[in-house]
Design a protein around this ligand. Sequence first.
Ligand code: AMP
Length: 265
Amino acid sequence: MDSRLISLRMRASLCGHHLCGAERIVAEGEVVAATTTMVTRAMQGAGALPDEVHCSLERLDPASIRLVSLPDVATFEVSDWQSGRRLAKQLLTRAGVSLEAASFALDLLAAGPGPDGTVMRGAVIMNARTGERLETDAGRGVRVSRMDLEASVRPAIESMLAAAGLGHHRVAEALVLAAKVLSAPGIVAEVCWSDDPAYTTGYVADPQYGYQRIAALKESGDLRGGRVFFVDPETTLDTLGDYLEFRPVLCNALGRISPPTFWSE
Ligand code: AMP
């Protein structure tokens, strides 16, 4: 592994409202090109022109970098988003989340998990047994940061995802985020759907079954979305938050990608 790796982070906002962000871990020689790509995304791919774009660069201590595998990927086609949410509930309970917590989380994302039904910038942390919300700031939540694909596996992963019809950068980035989340102490499962009104696919991830895409988890046009990380009730939140935000993680191994299957109830 390159011993001079840099964490690059970008976030773009408009009138204080988060528009988009990106995370990379790159070799020194890649910093300029990767930063240009990030800023281009901020200026052209956020749906609105940001009035603030922040990029940060930070040299990483090679000894602090953890290597993890990407999870396996499965895709479930569903007849509509209501059916998708029933499937999500089933996958979450199979992973060890109580029915009460799973139902509460899905209702929360449907209503907008931030204050007054807004979208959060990060994720909800939820007790997997009781459904209690544990994050200290309900507007920001916990942001997963400092993760990427390891450079040597990037081409193989990108071509595998593209061959499976999953070539959009959104999929690779969500997969890397889920890989880091699943490697964190105390994580039972994750559920996510986007706040992008045009993107209705979401996922449930858990350590055993991996990253399980669900083709529809919300109605097209809906501006609400978010992420919930379900944790074991014994989890030390400071340790978890510290790992998710600060520990650099590189994904260096492929998971298996299964062809889509139709889920019927
Ligand atoms: P996205 O899939 O990028 O549309 O994000 C969906 C939701 O996930 C956002 O509304 C945030 O609440 C949350 N989210 C996005 N990025 C992160 C992150 N890096 N860490 C934690 N939560 C995130």
